[in-house]
Design a protein around this ligand. Structure first.
Ligand SMILES: Nc1ncnc2c1ncn2[C@@H]1O[C@H](COP(=O)(O)OP(=O)(O)OP(=O)(O)O)[C@@H](O)[C@H]1O
Ligand SMILES: [Mg+2]
Length: 222
């Protein structure tokens, strides 16, 4: 991305959360994004993930321009998100009326996989994240860390070429946090997924290939 700007609100209430951001992440790279609270990390991730529309700038995904000037070039943003992006939000946001397994399987079903195959793929991911024993439970019956691991599994079900993770290990103990990093590293190495991880977590910083620092909406190298 380059020249990326995001302003929330208008007039005297306007807050410019990103100023002229430039960043490049290679295939198979695991990159960290660090910076103080309110500096713009989540805003940046949401713009990249087509969850928010930037005010201005240029974004390319996999060599294709998807955002130019002040608009998305792809008219079907839902499809762009489903096919290209895995997003782990700062909070798990699981659907309360679906089981853990179906929360993870849903996107694969929406993309046309038969339900039994989608559920089997969900179970494999839940096992990778050490939460397979809760597959039949409803999300509200899980601990915060378990819910977060389910949200990570959900983000991986469509094998996205780009994975955006907003503090994915914050609610996890250090053993589980490192296991999540192992999984993300393996994914990047084996499938060429580009991973961007927002983190304050000192334990996982040594595991990041490169780190960008966000400060007052500007991105640099620390
Ligand atoms: N929906 C919104 N409307 C108006 N301002 C917003 C909105 N979301 C975020 N902001 C502002 O944009 C700036 C960047 O917020 P952002 O959530 O990106 O920070 P962050 O770096 O992710 O912080 P944290 O580490 O606390 O999660 C902050 O000043 C915030 O108050
Ligand atoms: Mg944030």
């Amino acid at each position: 991305m380059r020249g990326l700007r995001k302003t929330y609100g208008t007039g005297s209430a306007a807050v410019t959360a990103l100023h002229d951001v430039q960043m490049r992440v290679e295939r198979g790279e695991v990159v960290g994004l660090v910076g103080p609270s309110g500096s713009g990390k989540s805003t940046l991730l949401k713009c990249l993930g087509a969850v928010l529309t930037p005010s201005q700038g240029h974004i390319e995904l996999g060599g294709q321009t998807v955002f130019e000037g002040s608009r998305w070039l792809n008219s079907d943003l839902t499809r762009l998100r489903r096919e290209q992006i895995g997003f782990i939000f700062q909070a798990p946001y699981l659907l309360p009326f679906l089981s853990v397994r179906d929360n993870v399987a849903l996107l694969a079903m929406l993309l046309g996989q038969p339900n039994d195959l989608a559920r089997a793929a969900a179970d494999r991911l839940l096992a990778d994240l050490d939460v397979a024993h809760r597959a039949g439970a409803m999300p509200s019956h899980l601990s915060g860390g378990e819910q977060q691991r389910v949200a990570i599994a959900r983000a991986l079900i469509n094998r996205p070429p780009i994975l955006l993770a907003d503090e994915p290990t914050a609610p996890l103990d250090s053993g589980r946090a490192l296991a999540v990093m192992d999984l993300l590293e393996r994914l990047a190495a084996q499938t060429g997924t580009s991973v961007i991880v927002v983190t304050h977590d000192e334990k996982i910083m040594p595991r990041l290939g490169r780190i960008y620092e966000v400060r007052d909406g500007r991105v640099g190298v620390p």
